[in-house]
Design a protein around this ligand. Structure first.
Ligand code: FES
Length: 144
């Protein structure tokens, strides 16, 4: 959905009511995972407020981001041992259940084949990995 279209939806939902700016910001961040500057400018035009005023109000709250969040890299070993001992299923489970905040891929053998399946999250290696272990590990990244 393009920014103009999304602003139209916000106006439909909240009206051109500047007192609803924070509620709108929550909706924007839910949709895009951050507050895109161009979208906020379009919204400011519709609400007839200055961008700086809107930015200042929204940025007062720590929950909002004005830059896209970097994706956390999760790599599942695609070597023979890992692939045939749960790696393939784990990869599919990760793809199916984790959101777009993650960059999930395969890699070549990490040379610790007896500890299958092996998953690397950013630069940390997870041995005998399973979906639950991956979830616990990425929780620590999401706190940052
Ligand atoms: S096959 Fe996965 S570490 Fe070697």
């Amino acid at each position: 959905m393009d920014y103009q279209e999304f602003v139209n939806k916000l106006i439909e939902k909240y009206g051109e009511d500047r007192s609803k700016l924070i509620e709108m910001a929550f909706d924007i961040q839910e949709q895009y995972n951050y507050i895109p500057k161009e979208l906020l400018k379009i919204l400011c035009d519709r609400l007839k407020i200055f961008y700086a005023e809107a930015y200042s109000s929204i940025s007062f709250f720590k929950d909002f981001r004005f830059q896209p969040k970097e994706k956390i890299k999760i790599t599942v070993c695609n070597g023979t041992s890992c692939y045939f001992n749960g790696g393939k299923e784990l990869y599919e489970e990760l793809i199916q259940n984790l959101g777009e905040d993650y960059e999930i891929g395969f890699s070549y053998c990490y040379k610790c084949c007896a500890k299958y399946p092996v998953v690397v999250i950013e630069k940390e290696t997870l041995l005998n990995a399973n979906y639950q272990k991956v979830k616990e590990k990425i929780r620590s990244y999401n706190k940052n």
